[in-house]
Design a protein around this ligand. Structure first.
Ligand code: PEP
Length: 250
C-alpha cells in the first residue's frame, strides 16, 4: 500500500485576531506547498466561522483545538462536536498536554472527547506524550501506551479513523525537540499498539509535535513512522510554516 501524504497540522493555541488570521491564510493559500501534503489549521473556536469562509474550497482543512466530552446540555463554555460540525470542522485536537495539565483532563475524558468527535464525523487528533520527569524515569513507553490505550478501548473498531500526535511535554514550546531517533522509537511503539487493535493501523497518521520547525522538520519527517507534524509556534507565521509544508511534500 502506498503511504498517504504527510499530514501537517498547525495548532494556533490562543493566538490570532481577525486581521492577522486573514493575512496568514492569504499567504498560505498563495503558496503551492500546502497542495502537495495534507494540511490543516486548528484555530480558537471563536474564529471557526471566519476560517470556514477563508479555507472554503482550499486544500487546507479546518480544525478545532478541543471538544466537549458531552453531547449537549448545561455545560457553560463548552463546545460540542455537533457544533463544530456546523462549521465544517474536519479535525479536532483532543488531550493536548496543555489541556491535560491546566484543565485536569484525564485519559478517560480524552477518550470520551475522541468518541464525540468520531460520532460527529470529525477526526480526533489524539495527543499523547511524557513529561521530562517521566522520560528520565524510563516511563515514556508506559505513559504513551496508557494514554492511547484509553482511547483504543473507548473507540473499538473506529480506531483506524483517528490521528495520533506524539508530543513529548518537555518539547512543547520549549525549543527542545525530540531527536528523529527518539521520535521514531516512540512512534514505532504506538504503531505496534495500533496494529494490535486494528487491521488498518497503517491508515492512522502518527504526527510528531514539539518545537518542530523549518530546520528540523525534514529529518523528523524522514522517519518511517513519522507521518506528519503537529506544529504550534512555527505555524503562526507563513515564513516559518511554508518551508515545513514543503519539507512534508517531498
Ligand atoms: C503544540 O502546541 O502542539 C506544539 C507542538 O507546540 P510547539 O510546536 O510550539 O512546540
Amino acid at each position: 500500500m502506498t503511504k498517504p501524504a504527510k499530514l501537517m497540522v498547525g495548532n494556533w493555541k490562543m493566538h490570532g485576531d481577525l486581521s492577522a488570521n486573514a493575512a496568514l491564510v492569504a499567504e498560505l493559500l498563495a503558496a503551492t506547498a500546502q497542495r502537495q501534503c495534507r494540511a490543516a489549521l486548528c484555530v480558537p473556536s471563536v474564529y471557526l466561522a471566519q476560517m470556514q469562509t477563508l479555507l472554503s474550497g482550499s486544500s487546507i482543512g479546518l480544525g478545532a483545538q478541543d471538544v466537549s466530552a458531552h453531547a449537549s446540555g448545561a455545560y457553560t463554555g463548552e463546545v460540542s462536536a455537533e457544533m463544530l460540525r456546523d462549521f465544517a470542522v474536519r479535525y479536532c485536537i483532543v488531550g493536548h498536554s496543555e489541556r491535560r495539565q491546566y484543565h485536569a483532563e484525564t485519559d478517560a475524558v480524552v477518550a470520551s472527547k475522541a468518541q464525540r468527535a468520531l460520532a460527529a464525523g470529525i477526526t480526533p487528533i489524539v495527543c499523547v506524550g511524557e513529561s521530562l520527569q517521566e522520560r528520565e524515569a524510563g516511563q515514556t513507553e508506559a505513559v504513551v501506551k496508557r494514554q492511547l490505550a484509553a482511547v483504543i478501548q473507548a473507540n473499538g473498531h473506529c480506531i483506524s479513523e483517528i490521528v495520533v500526535a506524539y508530543e513529548p511535554v518537555w518539547a512543547i514550546g520549549t525549543g527542545l525537540t525530540a531527536s528523529p531517533q527518539q521520535a521514531q522509537q516512540v512512534h514505532a511503539v504506538l504503531r505496534t499498539q495500533l496494529q494490535a487493535a486494528t487491521a488498518h493501523a497503517d491508515r492512522v497518521a502518527i504526527l510528531y509535535g514539539g518545537s518542530m520547525n523549518a530546520a528540523n522538520a525534514q529529518d523528523l519527517l524522514a522517519q518511517p513512522d513519522v507521518d506528519g507534524g503537529l506544529i504550534g509556534g512555527a505555524s503562526l507565521k507563513a515564513v516559518d510554516f511554508l518551508p515545513m509544508l514543503r519539507a512534508a511534500a517531498r
